[in-house]
Design a protein around this ligand. Structure first.
Ligand SMILES: Nc1ncnc2c1ncn2[C@@H]1O[C@H](COP(=O)(O)OP(=O)(O)OP(=O)(O)O)[C@@H](O)[C@H]1O
Ligand SMILES: [Mg+2]
Length: 255
């Protein structure tokens, strides 16, 4: 498998905490990598740096496109924003921060398509309808405002609006974190099915080992801004080497 994204020696310190301390990792094409760890361990900071939303104080992120590997810093802001609009996607924990609640569900999907170049109204509407169907939202809700959607429906809509441009890489920060347990399971099923069908590479942040086990090929465990353990998900969870990972696994999985 070829490398898609690579981080080398990332370092980032906020006023009161070191959020990233010499973090290096590799993500291959079509691979799902979970980042787990307790609250404050640096997961979101790492995701923000990998996705070009935050410039780290030290280290580099390489993105391998068809023309070779280049750092995000050397690509420049405009080119990174272009990647973020089309080839990459970002799914936030709270869909309300990512969606526009004052325009229709179909409009939210269409807007991202237009931002990546689509112009034909009829086609945009047809594609939006297909995506509503793909995330199991009744197409009859296309012209409704998301303001009146349930939490689960909002998350489905965010997924549709993110995947509509056909990204190859999607960043997710606790995508089911804000939902009821029963809704969570259905959204996870949906994510798993879509990720497989589309062959996406995913960097998934979660504090839930069960979510990592269900979705991820590989896993990294963070603590105090450092990677303390990494490897194939099943291997790490079935035979954790680091004491902290052992605690993490033991606290969630029944003996
Ligand atoms: N914008 C910020 N300003 C100051 N400190 C921050 C900022 N963002 C994060 N931090 C600090 O950096 C550390 C890592 O935070 P981060 O949000 O990456 O953790 P996390 O693993 O995502 O936690 P959670 O599971 O609670 O979301 C924490 O100590 C946090 O307080
Ligand atoms: Mg976080």
């Amino acid at each position: 498998m070829t490398t898609l994204l690579e981080a080398r020696a990332l370092h980032h310190r906020f006023e009161r905490a070191t959020a990233l301390d010499h973090v290096s990792l590799t993500l291959r094409r079509h691979e799902i990598l979970a980042i787990v760890g307790e609250s404050g361990s640096g997961k979101t900071t790492l995701l923000n740096v990998l996705s070009g939303r935050l410039t780290p104080q030290g280290g580099e992120v390489f993105y391998h496109d068809g023309e070779g590997a280049r750092t995000l810093a050397s690509r420049g802001e405009v080119s990174v924003r272009k990647l973020q609009r089309a080839r990459w996607g970002y799914i936030a924990q709270d869909p309300r921060t990512a969606l526009r609640l004052d325009i229709s569900a179909g409009g939210n999907i269409g807007e991202r398509l237009m931002a990546s170049g689509a112009r034909h109204y009829g086609e945009i509407r047809a594609v939006a309808a297909r995506w509503l169907e793909a995330v199991e939202i009744d197409v009859a809700r296309m012209d409704d405002l998301p303001r009146y959607f349930s939490g689960g429906m909002l998350q489905r809509l965010q997924i549709a609006a993110t995947l509509v441009t056909g990204p190859e890489l999607v960043f997710m920060d606790e995508p089911t974190g804000g939902l009821d347990v029963s809704v969570q399971a259905r959204i996870l099923d949906l994510i798993r099915a879509l990720v497989r069908r589309l062959g996406l590479a995913v960097v998934l942040v979660t504090h839930d080992i069960g979510v990592a086990r269900m979705l991820a090929d590989r896993l990294i465990v963070m603590r105090h801004g450092r990677i303390v353990e990494s490897g194939l998900t099943d291997q790490v969870l079935d035979d954790p080497h680091h004491e902290y990972t052992q605690l993490l696994v033991a606290s969630v999985l029944p003996a």
